[in-house]
Design a binder for this molecule. Structure first.
Ligand code: FE2
Length: 374
């Protein structure tokens, strides 16, 4: 086996075991029934599955919501002593588990803990009429975890103890799959976290920007993206940096009471249509100053979308040498300024939108200037 040091020096680390995809993302929330309604009505997720006392799970209730290949599980505790309740007390609503679909959950646990990951739940079987799964869990940044889920001996619905549901309320808005999930860590923890993903999973450093990058000054963050070998799993890791204003990452860490998932980015079939519908559904997005669109084409080159439509919907564009991408960020989806969503459509571009930090701040300054306040 390669040592961590060899991996650190390697140009392209290889995954140490197969991770097929993100199996699901589990949120711990204060009231899953109401959160489910928000994601169904607001984001168009179909409520497809349920577990709780009626299905043999006594201490919690979970709602499975799906759209395209995105699966989210909203879980709420049924008593105050539960570790789920403690998690919510400390962090508010947030992402607890980014669960991976693997071939062998016991092996994944053995490899990762053998390379230094801290175990959370040892490999164990869970079964119902549909067969059995094997599941294990390790810790990552903050109180966030990664579960490994093995389903080769399971033919039932989703996971044992979940029952299917039919949803006639939600209207899907064209979401396809998760593009990336961003973790915020505290001051000077980014390298350590990036090394964790490299050493534990064999993920490689995909792209990073740092002090020398002008975007740091405007966004007050440093970021490095780690990715698995087939690039289906991309995790940007942010840490606060000194900038023109207080770092948004520092604010997150203060309110989340530690590191955690900052945003989940979802790829859309047609972002113009998706955002038009999400706005009709009452979803709030961050506002983009008018001036951002004035020099958009000079900045990103030719694009197929109409600038007027992008301006109307407040969608951002960033480009790199491979193409461009369109993106937009929601406001936080709970009252603490913590978790939010990003919607994204890639047209060749592989970036995560760093060009937009500078462009957004410059646009704000142009507006300020126009008001005579710069
Ligand atoms: Fe993002």
């Amino acid at each position: 086996m390669e040592t961590a040091e060899q991996l650190r020096q390697g140009e392209q680390a290889e995954s140490l075991f197969t991770i097929h995809q993100i199996h699901h993302v589990e949120f711990y929330v204060g009231n899953a029934k109401q959160a489910a309604y928000y994601y169904r009505r607001g984001y168009g997720f179909k409520w497809t599955g349920y577990q709780g006392p009626e299905t043999g799970v006594k201490d919690r209730v979970s709602y499975l919501l799906e759209q395209g290949k995105v699966r989210i599980v909203l879980t709420t505790p049924l008593n105050p002593d539960s570790s789920i309740a403690q998690h919510i007390l400390k962090h508010g609503d947030g992402v607890r588990d980014i669960a991976f679909h693997v071939d062998d959950a016991a092996e994944a646990y053995k490899i990762t803990t053998g390379r230094g990951a801290e175990g959370a739940v040892e490999p164990h079987e869970v079964s119902d009429n549909g067969g059995k799964i094997v599941r294990s869990t390790i810790k990552t940044y903050g109180d966030t975890v990664h579960s490994f889920i093995e389903t080769k001996d399971y033919n039932g619905f989703f996971l044992p103890h979940f029952e299917p549901r039919e949803d006639n309320l939600a209207e899907p808005v064209g979401l396809k799959h998760i593009d990336h999930i961003v973790g915020n860590v505290d001051w000077n923890q980014m390298e350590e976290t990036v090394n964790f993903y490299r050493d534990i999973f064999g993920f490689r450093r995909f792209v990073s920007f740092d002090d020398k990058d002008i975007s740091t000054e405007y966004s007050a963050l440093r970021s490095t993206v780690v990715a698995n070998d087939n690039l289906w799993i991309k995790f940007p890791i942010n840490e606060p940096a000194e900038g023109l204003k207080k770092s948004q990452i520092e604010e997150y860490v203060q309110f989340y009471k530690g590191p955690g998932v900052q945003h989940v980015a979802v790829e859309c079939e047609d972002i113009l249509q998706t955002i038009d519908q999400l706005r009709k559904n009452g979803i709030d997005f961050i506002n983009v100053p008018e001036a951002y669109y004035d020099d958009l084409l000079e900045r990103v080159g030719d694009i197929q979308e109409s600038i007027e439509e992008l301006r109307r919907l407040n969608i951002l564009v960033d480009s790199d040498d491979k193409g461009y991408m369109l993106q937009i960020f929601t406001k936080p989806v709970e009252d603490r300024p913590t978790l939010f969503f990003e919607f994204i459509q890639r047209r060749g571009g592989e970036s995560f939108g760093k060009g937009n930090f500078k462009a957004l701040f410059e646009a704000i300054e142009r507006d300020q200037d126009a008001r005579g306040n710069l």
